[in-house]
Design a protein around this ligand. Structure first.
Ligand code: MN
Length: 202
C-alpha cells in the first residue's frame, strides 16, 4: 500500500507564492487521488505492492501490461508529487537560500544562476499541456533541463531528477489562473536548495 506523505511544512507555509487553498487541494485531493488509483491498480498484483516505486517506474517494461499505464500515470503522479513537496521550502527559511555547491554546479552547467533560471522558465512556459519541467542529472554527470508530459518521471528515462516543477494547471490555476510565468517566478523563491544539493552528491 502507498500512503500520502505528510508535507514537511504547513499548508500556508509557502504563502504568498503558493497559497494555502492550492496546497490543500493539490496535496489532499490531487496527490491522494494518484495514490488511490495506484493502490487500486496494484490490488491484483500483491508481488508488486511492496516494490519500491522507483523500481517500478525505472523499468516500466517489467510491469505487467494490464497495469503498466496505470503505474506510469498514477505511480508517476505519486512519485513526482512526493518529490515536489520536498524540494520546496518557506521563503527566508534556511532552505530557501541558494547553497554554494548548487551555485557552482549551475554556473558550470549553464554559465550563471540567472541563465539557469531563464532557461528553466522558458522550458516551463514551453511545456505544452500538462506536464513537468525538471533539472536532471544525466548519465554523463551533466545537468540538463527537460520536460516530461503528463505524470511521466525522469526516472523512466534513466535520469535523476534534481529539481522539478509541476506545470499542470491544477498546480497554480486557483491563484495564478493562466499566468504560468508568474507561477514559475514564484517557484524560484521557495526552492529548498539544501534538498536540491542532496540530490547532487555523487
Ligand atoms: Mn500536481
Amino acid at each position: 500500500m502507498h500512503f500520502l506523505p505528510r508535507l514537511p511544512y504547513d499548508y500556508n507555509a509557502l504563502e504568498p507564492y503558493l497559497d494555502e487553498a492550492t496546497m490543500r487541494l493539490h496535496h489532499g485531493k490531487h496527490h491522494q487521488s494518484y495514490i488511490d488509483k495506484l493502490n487500486a491498480a496494484l490490488e491484483k498484483f500483491p508481488e508488486l505492492q511492496n516494490k519500491k516505486l522507483e523500481e517500478l517506474l525505472g523499468d516500466l517494461a517489467a510491469v505487467p501490461e494490464a497495469i503498466r499505464q496505470a503505474v506510469r500515470n498514477h505511480g508517476g503522479g505519486h512519485w513526482n508529487h512526493s518529490f515536489f513537496w520536498n524540494i520546496l521550502a518557506p521563503i527566508n527559511s534556511q532552505g530557501s537560500t541558494l547553497t554554494e555547491k548548487v551555485r557552482i554546479l549551475l554556473e558550470k552547467n549553464f554559465g550563471s544562476v540567472g541563465e539557469f533560471e531563464k532557461q528553466f522558465k522558458e522550458t516551463a512556459l514551453g511545456c505544452f499541456g500538462s506536464g513537468w519541467t525538471w533539472l536532471v542529472k544525466k548519465g554523463d554527470g551533466f545537468l540538463a533541463i527537460t520536460t516530461t508530459p503528463n505524470q511521466d518521471t525522469p526516472l523512466s528515462a534513466g535520469q535523476a531528477p534534481i529539481l522539478g516543477l509541476d506545470v499542470w494547471e491544477h498546480a497554480y490555476y486557483l491563484k495564478y489562473q493562466n499566468r504560468r510565468a508568474e507561477y514559475v517566478d514564484a517557484f524560484f523563491n521557495i526552492i529548498n536548495w539544501p534538498q536540491v544539493a542532496s540530490g547532487l552528491t555523487d
